[in-house]
Ligand binder design. Sequence first.
Ligand code: ARG
Length: 563
Amino acid sequence: MNVYKVISDNVKSKLMEIDDVADVLPSDVAIETPKIRDFGDFSTNVAMMLARPLKKSPRDIAEMILPKISEIPFVEKVTVAGPGFINITLKNDFLMSPRKYNIVSEKSKSLTIDMDYGSYNIGKALHIGHLRTTVVGDTFNRIARALGHKTKSYNHMGDWGRPMGLIIAWILEYGMPKNADDINVMYPASSARAKEDKDWLERAQRVTVDLQNGNAKYLKIYNEFAPMSLKQISDILVRLNILPFDENKGERLVAEYVPAVQEILDQKNLIVHDDGADIIPVKLETDTAPMPPVLWRSSTGAQTYAAADLAAIYYRTTTDNPDDIVYFTDSRQNLHFTQVFRAAKMAGMDSANLQHIGFGTITGADGKPFKTRDGDVPSLHQMVDMVADSVRARAEESGKKLSDETVEMIALAALKFNDLMHDVKSDYVFDVDSVTQFEGRTGPYILYTAVRLNAVTNKAADMGVVASADRVELEPAERNLLLRLMDFERVLENAFARRATDLLANYTYDLAQDINTFYHHCPILRDDVVSDVRATRLYIVNMARETLLRAIDLMGLRVPESM
Ligand code: ARG
């Protein structure tokens, strides 16, 4: 239930019962949260909106419509403030058990969403640059599913372009990788050599084209190498608690659809031959910034990055018929996606709404891309290890003994929550020691709150305390917490609609704070708490726990038994 929507709908239908108002009622009656909730839980400026059409002062209108609004069954009190703001206070029993009121809120339409995130390159260890696409993509997927949308997650592997040619050329010369470490050094080594050695570059380019054309020897190497690399990728994804991808279908597997796209492009005359290459001009009259053409086929004859993306769009739109295809990559690919989306539109392959979410960079304190102390780009394993070391050091300092498993869970929460709480589009500074603090806007704080709630419910069960929603006199800390819980659904809807997972992360932090404030002011199992108060509070704890655990799960975090 989106409580804002429910209130808005109810206010609207009540106002429709007033003849003069019905004719001029705006379709959107906005419900807001007042900064200070002393005068009401929610407020609306509908009286101001009606002032002009009704030619009356907002205050008079407010006075006139108050009685109607107070007829809403779950409304306790309605008052006017200032020039005509209307404050609405909800009934306590509604906050405690909204279900009692049998509110039917219409479900938003279930969409089919294809998501492209992760999309790793084979032969390259996952590193800090993959953190956001992985973590944000995964959480976005979980949120969409929780809201009842149908999603398909695509790992559009980079496994068919020049990097693959460089790797195979290397293997031809130096043999198959012997151990795990070998796998990820081949590409950087070969690519460094290609920068200096033109023959080497040309050789790799030839290998790429021949591979794409089905050279049996190269395919054999590919088929041996790819699974080793994939295994490493899947290991770190498991460690990060990322849902498995629905399709590991990347550049190689979409190659099959390149001819179909070629046909469409030819039919529409969209391809221009340019110096041995095939390009698709996508510049528009209205462009002020440079807009290079899409490289459809390179002059060496190789399938390009853009061609793979167009083929993928073809496959996805014809197979899944999605409403949206959403891509999560860093913002350096903004131009690439603008170009590809334009080409798709020109080709008439834009039945889905194509959307690219471009991320900012994770930086060090100096504002430059984050590096380890040794000056390296950290792998994702290294990142989790670094954070885990910090968690361990912190625990030792405070004399706590934590199992390795617990340390890992806390480290994961620290790393992922910190990533999720930042607006995806902006850069953020990564500081290992601040993300592992147990206080403040951190993953460990969220987990700590959950561990505490788990402990209370366990203890209550041992003591045989039964939760009850019968008593409805509530303290401010109790009301606040209940109002926060009520807001969960709206936060999820907004996070989904705006592709903004930071809304969920920051909501979870606010919720954790409200839980801890409640906990501080409202003892539950203490001896002096009378039994009906205790039962009410346990009831609130149960609800808070359920929502907090759901939020934690949507962020792909795991809660330890104790910490
Ligand atoms: N493999 C690419 C890279 O690592 C990212 C792919 C993003 N997805 C896409 N459909 N192009 O840079």
